[in-house]
Design a binder for this molecule. Structure first.
Ligand code: LLP
Length: 421
């Protein structure tokens, strides 16, 4: 459920008309609903209750500091994958003790910075990383709490580019080697083993792969306890999918996911941690764009928008579907027509949708891409020297720009011409 609904024939974000934001901010822009973010966080939080748990928002899905602040105020933890994301979480007011540091390529500098400012745990992904972390922590006189990210070799049955739990993926340590590496970890200076971590992929629409992975996690946690490790925390990763179309069958609800988790792992006396990104931020955001031209092609008509692949890369990168809806609701009885919806970037891949049924639209009409709050703004680039687009937050009847559109002067000022040219 989200808070983007038509009222009096006009799309609103909570109580604010999208048209009003567009008039003030200009298009294209991203808009997020604070109430939707809050709702999605709470749904997850309740799904794991009454077991001790922490919902750590996957910052990679939407890292705007204002978005993080909305969640921080509810007590959320954060899952970060770089020193940059860690700084964003701190800036949003999240204490280091609630920040989990994941990722396959943590550098010494990142480790030292995070150890200095506080961390809940490092999710360690390899033996070499473990050795470096031990060295860095010991040299600082610190102890790094860690889990090992274990690759359970489970097929998440999702898009191959976002599947992470198969043995051929670069993530985690093979489950068959886990006990051996835990043993090594326990003997290293500056390392405190606190638990086990898994993340098998993103946009999962079925609970079965999760259950298969968590069943393996259970067996491993018990075996590790037998080996003498004090396993007290289980990090279950993120990955629960969202509905991208309103017609498609809906993925499992967080409550169903939570019930399964508690059934499989709930009796181990461990604190449960989850790292949802998309489920919290995905349907809490829209990308709003204007029509520049309607172009008649051979056998197809093109809707040329002012948003492009550099603003929302998911359709060109993963062939992802985003619902596109008019901001002013079509009048009843108007026949939709098929359009190829494209952006102005000079690549054929700059196509958002092919033969998409839309009402007749004119230049300057506004459209909104749904489900754009996750992996939207964070994956944007300035390709074709198109400035990164603004982000706006709505709460009730108020809205604010939470990242401004840079000016061309600011963009050009980042480049320097060496004196010798
Ligand atoms: N934890 C870890 C270790 C992850 O790698 C990820 C996502 C998450 C949590 C959050 O997963 P979520 O709950 O959002 O599914 N750019 C792609 C998605 C990449 C996901 C990468 N890892 C997309 O646009 O679909």
């Amino acid at each position: 459920m989200d808070h983007f609904l038509y009222r009096n024939g006009e799309l609103h974000a909570e109580d604010v008309a999208i048209r009003e934001i567009a008039a003030e901010v200009g298009t294209p822009f991203y808009v997020y609903s604070a109430a939707t973010l809050e709702r999605h966080f709470r749904v997850f939080d309740e799904a794991l209750s009454p077991n001790p748990h922490l919902v750590c928002f996957a910052v990679k899905s939407n890292s705007n500091v204002a978005v993080l602040r909305v969640l921080a105020k509810l007590g959320a933890g954060m899952d970060v994958v770089s020193g940059g994301e860690y700084r964003r979480a701190l800036a949003a007011g999240v204490p280091g003790e609630k920040i989990v540091f994941s990722g396959v390529g943590k550098t010494r500098e990142e480790m030292a910075f995070v150890l200095e400012h506080g961390v809940r745990q490092f999710n360690v992904e390899s033996e070499p990383e473990l050795l470096v972390l031990s060295e860095v922590a010991a040299s600082m006189g610190k102890v790094a709490p860690i889990t090992l990210r274990v690759n359970p070799d489970v097929d998440a049955k999702t898009h191959e580019k976002i599947s992470t739990g198969k043995s051929e993926n670069k993530f985690g340590i093979p489950i068959a080697k886990a006990r051996e590496i835990y043993k090594m970890a326990a003997g290293l200076p500056g390392i405190d083993v606190v638990g086990v971590d898994m993340h098998i992929g993103s946009q999962l629409t079925d609970l079965a792969p999760f259950e298969e992975a968590y069943t393996k996690m259970r067996a491993l946690a018990l075996a590790l306890r037998e080996d003498g490790h004090n396993i007290r925390r289980l990090d279950l990763g993120g990955g629960l999918g969202i509905p991208y179309t309103r017609s498609n069958e809906a993925p499992p609800l967080p409550a169903e996911y939570g019930a399964m988790v508690k059934r499989v792992l709930g009796d181990l006396g461990c604190e449960l941690e989850i790292e949802p990104g998309r489920l919290i931020s995905g349907n809490a955001g829209l990308l709003v764009s204007s029509v520049i031209y309607v172009k008649e092609g051979e056998g197809r008509d093109f809707l040329i928008l002012d948003a492009a692949m550099n603003d929302l890369v998911r359709p060109s990168m993963y062939g992802a579907h985003h619902d596109i809806i008019p901001v002013i609701e079509a009048e009843a009885g108007t026949e939709p027509q098929p359009f190829d919806v494209v952006g102005p970037v000079c690549e054929t891949g700059d196509t958002f949708a092919k033969a998409r049924a839309l009402p007749a639209l004119q230049p300057e009409d506004l459209v909104a891409f749904r489900s754009a709050g996750a992996y939207g703004a964070v994956m944007a680039s300035e390709y074709n020297t198109r400035p990164l687009i603004p982000e706006v937050m709505v709460s009730g009847d108020q809205f604010a720009v939470i990242r401004a559109r840079p000016t061309f002067d600011e963009i050009l000022a980042r480049d320097t011409i060496p004196q010798w040219l």
